[in-house]
Design a protein around this ligand. Structure first.
Ligand code: SF4
Length: 408
């Protein structure tokens, strides 16, 4: 069976929600900010704290997306909330399901101010005993990591805290991970416990270039009276925005992953160009100072295997040297090609030899099996569908112009 035949595209689009477009959302607000906006719209100040508690429970424990479902909230207050706010989910433009159970949603968020609607991708990866949601933090990316498909899409804007969190809420809706929601028939999900047990900020964008919104969203995702994800099950992956690394540990307290991919500055400058600004020495110093590091709380270093580029045993040796003194795990990622990429994935024997070397040096180095390749949902493959379409249309147009020109 070819990869194309394996694709199962199940489109369960949801219609655009106009209420979502016109009113500010309560999702993504801290308790203090929620109390403030409620009081501004007429909720008596002495009731604000209790009302926030009720709304928080409905939003993040019960997962409702309609004020009418807030059963212990009076009709009058529901009417007031409906008149001024929204808690609607983003529009699902497309849902694709890989034959390995990976799901990718293309989500559309409404315009902000004078902007246009934007689209991002969110990916769910089920494995034995856990389900990981890969969340986007920006539309496009301002960095241009050479091996990454998202890096070819210019940055449109940062996602808001609401938009970051909505990806998690929507995934839990769709997977039946809220009390009144059903798991779709035949869906591959962990047998016990939560369907979304882990999240990784590893989708589109550089999360540390959108620190405040990412922080606000993750603090809500890990709030013990709501979504209640353990901080140890939340990982933020950065390409190496050194000044924000310490804050990630001290203010958010989640696990850290570094998109490393090269162990020499000259090569990393090329593969991960932010390295020119924050070279390896500074990056490693920031890693060593990451709050709460221990053998049980290690930093994950992601290393994409590119044929003939960074996959020699000398690279493996230098990698081990570089990580000396840092509680670390290494994730080897076989390169996932995308249309137009200039790299190839290393041969399997090369990946195994590399992996054996670093295992012998004492680093657990699971080779991350590519997931969702058939739906372009694997690491470094995300890009909004509309951007892909625009590019395809542009290329077709250019090809047509060239062909026409040739006929003149
Ligand atoms: S790897 Fe991350 S930071 Fe680099 S271009 Fe891709 S999305 Fe941006």
């Amino acid at each position: 069976m070819t990869a194309t035949e394996a694709i199962a595209i199940e489109t369960r689009p949801t219609p655009p929600n106009l209420a979502f477009e016109n009113r500010p959302s309560l999702i993504g607000l801290s308790r203090e900010d929620m109390a403030k906006v409620l009081v501004e719209k007429g909720v008596p100040e002495r009731q604000a704290k209790m009302r926030v508690q009720q709304i928080w429970h409905w939003l993040y424990v019960r997962g409702i997306s309609d004020f009418d479902d807030m059963l212990n909230v009076s009709k009058d207050l529901r009417a007031l909330l409906k008149a001024h706010f929204t808690i609607a989910r983003p529009e699902v433009v497309e849902e694709q399901i890989s034959n390995d159970g990976t799901r990718k949603w293309l989500l559309r968020f409404p315009p902000r101010g004078a902007g246009r609607p934007v689209e991002v991708e969110t990916v769910y990866i089920p494995e034995e005993g856990r389900g990981t949601l890969c969340i986007s933090s920006q539309v496009g990316c301002s960095l241009t990591c050479d091996f990454c498909h998202t890096g070819t899409q210019r940055l449109v804007r940062n996602l808001t805290a609401e938009e970051i969190l909505s990806q998690l809420l929507l995934a839990r809706d769709r997977l039946g991970d809220f009390p009144d929601k059903e798991t779709p028939q035949g869906a591959i999900v962990p047998l016990d416990g939560r369907k979304v047990s882990n999240i990784v900020m590893m989708g589109m964008g550089e999360p540390l270039y959108n620190f405040d919104n990412v922080k606000a969203a993750l603090l809500i995702a890990t709030d013990g009276d709501g979504l209640s994800l353990s901080r140890r099950r939340v990982t933020l992956s950065t390409s190496g925005v050194v000044p924000e690394i310490y804050r990630t540990g001290s203010e958010i307290g989640v696990m850290l992953a570094i998109s490393l991919h090269a162990v020499r500055d000259d090569l990393r400058d090329e593969l991960v160009p932010i390295n020119k600004k924050y070279p390896l020495k500074e990056l490693m110093e920031a890693c060593k100072a990451y709050p709460g590091l221990s053998n049980a709380r290690r930093i994950t270093f992601e290393y994409v295997m590119l044929k003939g580029v960074n996959d020699s045993l000398a690279d493996a040796r230098d990698l081990v040297k570089l990580l000396k003194g840092v509680p670390a795990k290494i994730n080897l990622i076989p390169f996932n090609p995308w249309p137009g990429s200039k790299y190839e994935c290393s041969d399997w024997e090369t990946i195994e030899a590399f992996s054996d070397f670093i295992n012998q040096a004492g680093y657990a180095s699971p080779i991350r099996t590519p997931r969702g390749r058939d739906i372009l949902a694997a690491c470094g493959q995300l890009k909004s569908e509309s951007e892909r379409m625009r590019k395809t249309e542009r290329l077709a147009f250019e090809a047509m112009m060239i062909a026409n020109h040739g006929e003149d």
